[in-house]
Design a protein around this ligand. Structure first.
Ligand SMILES: Cc1cc2nc3c(=O)[nH]c(=O)nc-3n(C[C@H](O)[C@H](O)[C@H](O)COP(=O)(O)OP(=O)(O)OC[C@H]3O[C@@H](n4cnc5c(N)ncnc54)[C@H](O)[C@@H]3O)c2cc1C
Length: 424
């Protein structure tokens, strides 16, 4: 291992390996650190992504284990919403395979992958370079570099080195795999109940071979995800008779309405480390990989110009204020609406969305990467009028408030969403 690099990327998840590949392709000397001995393991992720994510990662189609066209959502009071589109809306990926594929791509591009190496911290050398401390094989080592990219996930060590460490809502989740019979492989199943799963939901994603990826989460500290999982296994109809094959806990750092800091002097954060996760679904693969591309672009430019100050890296943060970050922040608004509903209001909302006149919009515009699009279409005069006729009169004030707030945030976040520009 050479002791001097242009960039050290901490974490060989989808975001880190993508940054490492793109910078290595530009002939920078890149070290990619992974704390675990095997890239991709242990895996907590359910691997549900949109088809555009497959294109964004460049992953081969044999990593797709299932294609999903719809959703069956079990709400409070026995309400069940069932929606299906004619074409696949989502893919279930071999998540371990995806991480390995992306890390191999980074290596092929020239990055040096170091598994079993845990980054501990970073200090500034007198000559303006950085000294990154890492532990491997039981000993400590120091690597000199010009830039550190923290792609070290939801419990990021590197995030501590930003002037204002990120804060925001987190979901404490438990994911895994079960053996279960009788699931329709063309849909995902959701358990939506604000009392049973406070602040989040439960899910089951069939793989089509008698197994399913499952998970459950809560945004409330002190609530045990294990207890919630037990509840899911005991009460969620699709999981009746399921046998647990493996479980793995994880934290999902949700993007908030106010963007988190992403750069400091010589440091950038990407993916979960930067809270680039959709607040509606907890999905972070697409946002992480997309953000990685811009992170690499700005990093490459700063390295070429010879300086990696926070100012030189600031255009990456500005990009996050642009269309993708805007959509993710609108997701935070949607999440607020979702959290404001009582169980019976949620039941009304699900019944309403199942009405064929509205379900049509969800089928046409529903997109887990851009959930705000379908919601915006539902607030056009025609569907809005239909929705109001389906909502009991007592709920009209709340429905009006939600519609007005959505319009307010769309405009507000839109004004804040400056167009992407590379000029410093
Ligand atoms: C239960 C659960 C289910 C999920 N399901 C989905 C889903 O279906 N679809 C979806 O899009 N998203 C899902 N997510 C979210 C998704 O897993 C993350 O958003 C995604 O993995 C983020 O990628 P990343 O590269 O930023 O971070 P990670 O994938 O977390 O990668 C970070 C890497 O850094 C390494 N690392 C950490 N600290 C250090 C250190 N100090 N030194 C060296 N290496 C370090 C870790 O070992 C890891 O390999 C789920 C999350 C959970 C918890």
């Amino acid at each position: 291992m050479s002791a001097r690099y242009d960039v050290v990327v901490v974490g060989a998840g989808p975001a880190g390996s993508t940054v490492a590949r793109l910078l290595a392709q530009r002939s920078f000397r890149v070290l990619l650190l992974e704390e675990h001995p095997q890239v991709g393991q242990p895996c907590h992720c359910s691997g549900l992504v949109t088809p555009r994510t497959l294109s964004a990662t460049g992953a081969p189609p044999d990593l797709v284990w299932n294609r999903v066209q719809g959703v069956v959502a079990y709400g409070p009071e026995g309400v069940v919403l069932s929606l299906s589109a004619p074409q696949p809306k989502a893919l279930v990926l071999d998540r371990v395979g995806l991480d390995r594929f992306l890390a191999e791509q980074a290596e092929e591009a020239g990055a040096y992958l170091l598994p079993g190496a845990r980054a501990l911290g970073v200090e500034r050398n007198g000559d303006g370079t950085l000294a990154l401390r890492l532990r491997r094989n039981g000993g400590e080592e120091v690597v000199a570099c010009r830039l550190v990219v923290g792609a070290d996930g939801s419990r990021s060590v590197m995030a501590r080195y930003l002037p204002a460490p990120p804060s925001g809502e987190a979901v404490y989740a438990l994911g895994g795999e079960v053996a279960v019979q009788g699931l329709d492989p063309s849909v995902v199943y959701c358990a939506l109940d604000p009392v049973a799963y406070p602040g989040w939901f439960g899910w089951a994603i069939p793989l089509g071979d008698g197994t399913a990826r499952i998970g459950v989460g809560t945004a409330q500290r002190g609530v045990s995800p294990r207890l919630l999982l037990q509840r899911l296994l005991e009460t969620f109809p699709p999981l009746r008779g399921a046998r647990v094959l493996r479980l793995q806990g994880g934290v999902i750092p949700l993007a908030s309405l106010r963007p988190r800091p992403l750069v400091g002097d010589g440091i950038m954060l990407v993916g979960d480390a930067g809270g680039q996760v959709k607040p509606t679904s907890g999905g972070g693969i697409y946002t992480g990989v997309e953000s990685a591309r811009w992170c690499a672009q700005v990093a490459g430019r700063a390295l070429e110009r010879g300086g990696c100050s926070a100012r030189a890296l600031a255009s990456y943060e500005r990009w996050w204020h642009g269309p993708l970050g805007r959509e993710v922040r609108l997701g935070a608004v949607l999440r607020r609406f979702f959290l404001s509903l009582s169980p019976s209001e949620l039941g009304v909302a699900l019944r309403m969305l199942g009405d064929p006149r509205l379900a049509h919009y969800l089928r046409a515009y529903g997109d887990i990467d851009f959930p705000g699009r379908a919601f915006t279409h539902l607030l056009r005069p025609g569907p809005l009028w239909t929705a109001f006729r389906l909502v009991p009169l007592a709920l009209w004030p709340k429905a009006v408030r939600i519609a007005v707030q959505w319009a307010y945030h769309r405009v507000g976040i839109g004004i804040g969403a400056r167009p992407w520009s590379l000029s410093p």
